[in-house]
Design a protein around this ligand. Sequence first.
Ligand code: CA2
Length: 144
Amino acid sequence: MKILVLNGPNLNMLGVREPDIYGKENYASLCKTVEDEAKRLGIQVDIRQSNHEGQLVDWIQEAFGVFDGIVINPAAYTHYSIAILDALKAVGLPAVEVHISDIHKREDFRKHSVTAPACIGQISGKGIYGYVLGIRMLYDHING
Ligand code: CA2
C-alpha cells in the first residue's frame, strides 16, 4: 500500500512560531511521526509540502494510479480552494483531511472546509497525532 501525505502552505513553519496553536514539534518531527506509523503498518508513504495551490493540484492528479490514498492537510486552502476539492474529486482516491489545530474552535472562517466533502473523513485538533489517525483511517478503509 502506498499513501501520499500532502501538506499545504506554511506547514513547513511548524515549531517555529505559534506553538500554542500548532504545538512545539517541527515539520521534520511531523515527517518522522508519519514515517514511523507507515513502518508500523508495513506501508509506503511519500510526504510532500508546498506553499502553492497548483503544485498541490498537480500532486493530487499525479497520485492517480500510483498511490492508494491521500492524507491531506490543505492548510489555509482548506477554507477556499475549489481547485483542490475538484482535484480530489477528479482522482477519486480515498482521502482523509487532517488539521493539527481544532478548526471548529477557532475563527469562524476556519470552521468551514471546502475540501472535506471530497474526503472520507476529517481529523481536527489532535496535533501531529492526527496524521497517525488519518493514515490508520485510510489503511482500514482501503483494507475494507
Ligand atoms: O490546523 C491545521 O492544521 C491548519 O490546516 C493549519 C493552517 C491553517 O490555515 C488552517 O486553518 C488549519 C495553517 C498552517 C500554518 O502553520 C503555521 C505553523 C507555524 C507558524 C505559523 C503557521
